[in-house]
Design a protein around this ligand. Structure first.
Ligand SMILES: [Zn+2]
Length: 256
């Protein structure tokens, strides 16, 4: 549910992003005009002109809060946009992560988390962990949330090993009753430096019985033995297999 409607937030949100990123109005207007012309002439409808914008310059930092007249009102707006379309929610989270009142902003994001859709929870959790002074402590608290979407977000963002040693998250995620949380932890392990403790973490998932799962796309409940949804066929792999496969490929990488 989007309340108030997204179209009412768009204009103030774009203006806020323009201020935070110190974008030049003249340049923006010219880029928009050129892009509209190119899209109008693009018979194939490829949207290539639109995507070419992202190749022009590196992503802007959204941190010029000194240019914003009312940072409190701006923060309220950004918190609402977290429930908007995915790309805008991503930008809103990026802006929230640099808010000068870090502690209060983190608190408000944490309060908003249970009411956000899954993709927004991921972005908002990332912003929250960027703002707090002790991200390990906050991550551990969130990893015990009754809401699987919040645990999944933490598992996707925070590694289960720290300087090669398993941390407190490893034990929680290896035995999480939700399949998506375990899969997120395996996915995060893919980016970690291989270590004996990382292998031990993955082995504990590989050897544990897989949980049943609710499909992320359509919500259908599926059995523990399935690796795709019985309704929409979208694949949700078994964590035990994903973890075993990752151990095998990482061990090969280490031995070669
Ligand atoms: Zn499904």
């Amino acid at each position: 549910m989007r309340d108030p409607p997204w179209h009412a937030l768009r204009q103030p949100f774009f203006q806020l992003v323009r201020g935070l990123g110190e974008f030049d109005d003249g340049v923006l207007a010219t880029q928009a005009r050129l892009m509209q012309d190119e899209i109008a002439g693009d018979q194939g409808g490829t949207n290539a002109a639109f995507f070419s914008l992202f190749d022009l310059e590196p992503p802007a930092d959204l941190k010029s809060w000194s240019r914003i007249a009312d940072p409190v009102a701006a923060r309220s707006l950004l918190l609402k946009v977290l429930n908007g379309p995915t790309a805008s929610a991503f930008v809103a989270a990026k802006a929230l992560a640099t808010h000068p009142a870090a502690q209060r902003t983190a608190q408000l994001i944490e309060e908003a988390l249970p009411f956000l859709c899954r993709e927004s929870v991921l972005r908002a959790t990332w912003a929250l962990l960027s703002l707090v002074t002790e991200p390990e402590t906050t991550a551990l608290t969130l990893a015990k949330s009754p809401q699987a979407g919040i645990r999944e977000a933490v598992a996707r963002i925070v590694p289960t090993t720290d300087k090669g040693r398993r941390n407190a998250l490893a034990e929680l995620f290896a035995h999480d009753p939700n399949r998506h949380v375990r899969l997120a932890a395996v996915e995060r392990a893919r980016q970690s430096e291989p270590s004996q403790e990382l292998f031990a973490f993955l082995d504990s998932i590989a050897q544990a019985p897989d949980p049943a799962f609710a499909c992320h796309r359509c919500g259908t409940e599926n059995s523990a033995l399935s690796d795709s949804c019985s309704s929409c066929r979208i694949v949700t792999n078994r964590p035990s297999k994903e973890a075993a496969d990752l151990v095998e490929s990482l061990r090969k990488g280490v031995s070669t």
